[in-house]
Design a binder for this molecule. Structure first.
Ligand SMILES: *Cc1c(COP(=O)(O)O)cnc(C)c1O
Length: 350
């Protein structure tokens, strides 16, 4: 990658080991359950997060939607945060396709929902109300800065859910980043939820795919949801082969991405005209703001960084930006990105 692409970890390319595994993958028709490589990936994934079963799906969006559809029926209610990826960036799928009513609560800056607000959101049994059925958490929390949410919070939500007979789904698109940041086995996070989805195609570098994991009966229903959503793939072992490499080789090294994100955050914090709190950077995401005093349009910073320095960052509305580290971002690339930002800001006269 000559371009230093910090827009997301989704842009990460598959590794050479993945391409080789893909070329040599044993395959079958996965809709019939015949693909040995998909089957192996699903078994590995379920075991890693401590669940009975797993299903391989094309995207994190489908994993979350299939989970919601497998947990909830029409007219059931799903409690989730207003900054949840599932609420913000998944095209309203739970309502559009699932007939599920989203009950939205404000996310706090650390990515959690206030326990008393969850408690108050649970509906009494009454014909006027949707039926409260599930709670969705997100860990790491993307929009809240890539925060790793502590296991003690996960445990508290579990207890609350049990008191009210609710199920808990974790959008764990980056749950391995959370485990690495919290320095705990991923099962310390996932044991508190009924189901968890995670992405292979972000920091883990696989080209395509997510896993949804949970109890066997739930996964059977999720397979039906996957089919109705058009996610039943055939010789998907080609993709699953890369996923197996991702799970075997790419998890422990996420610590490097976190170190690079901290390096970037420290450099940005020292840059005149940039506002951010480096202590808020817990995983691979660096959100930062261009100070009002800098006479530069946010779009101009993005455009000039790209054109003059070959560095891509994401605009997040207003003067907010996001830079995400991943396997293809080296410490040297972080230096180049910092120098580019500093050069443009100095020229702008900040
Ligand atoms: C990326 C992401 C998803 C969805 O993944 P896609 O594969 O892009 O559909 C879900 N949740 C979170 C928190 C994400 O960051």
């Amino acid at each position: 990658m000559n371009t230093i692409d910090l827009r997301s970890d989704t842009v990460s390319w598959p590794t050479p080991a993945m391409r080789e595994a893909m070329a040599n993958a044993e395959v079958g028709d996965d809709v019939w359950g015949d693909d040995p490589t998909v089957n192996r990936l699903e078994e590995m994934a379920a075991a890693m997060v401590g669940k009975e079963a797993a299903v391989f799906v094309p995207s994190g969006t489908m994993a979350n939607l299939a989970a919601a559809m497998a947990h909830c029926g029409r007219g059931d209610e799903l409690i989730l945060g207003n900054q949840a990826h599932s609420f913000r960036y998944e095209a309203g799928g739970v309502a559009v396709l699932g007939g599920i009513h989203p009950h939205v609560l404000p996310n706090r800056p650390d990515g959690t929902l206030a326990l008393d607000e969850i408690e108050a959101a649970v509906r009494p049994d009454n014909d006027h109300f949707p039926r409260s059925r599930a709670i969705l958490l997100e860990n790491t929390h993307n929009i809240c800065g890539g925060k790793a949410i502590p296991t003690s919070y996960m445990a508290a939500v579990r207890q609350l859910a049990d008191r009210h007979g609710l199920v808990v789904h974790l959008d764990g698109a980056r749950v391995f980043n959370a485990a690495v940041a919290l320095n705990c086995p991923v099962t310390e996070i996932t044991r508190h939820v009924d189901s968890v989805s995670f992405c292979l195609s972000k920091g883990l570098c696989a080209p395509v795919g997510s896993l949804l994991c949970g109890p066997a009966g739930f996964i059977r229903r999720a397979r039906r949801a996957r089919k109705v959503l058009g996610g039943g793939m055939r010789q998907a072992g080609i993709l699953a082969a890369a996923g197996i490499v991702a799970l075997e080789q790419m998890i422990d090294r996420l610590a490097e991405d976190h170190a690079n994100a901290r390096k970037l955050a420290r450099g940005l914090a020292d840059t005149t005209g940039v506002d951010l709190d480096p202590a808020a950077v817990e995983t691979n995401m660096v959100y930062f703001e261009l100070n009002e005093s800098v006479p530069l349009e946010p779009a101009t910073l993005i455009e000039r960084l790209d054109r003059e320095h070959n560095v891509k960052i994401g605009g997040r509305g207003g003067r907010l930006f996001r830079a995400v580290t991943h396997y293809w971002i080296t410490p040297g690339a972080v230096d180049t990105a910092l120098q580019g930002i500093q050069a443009i800001l100095e020229e702008a006269g900040s």
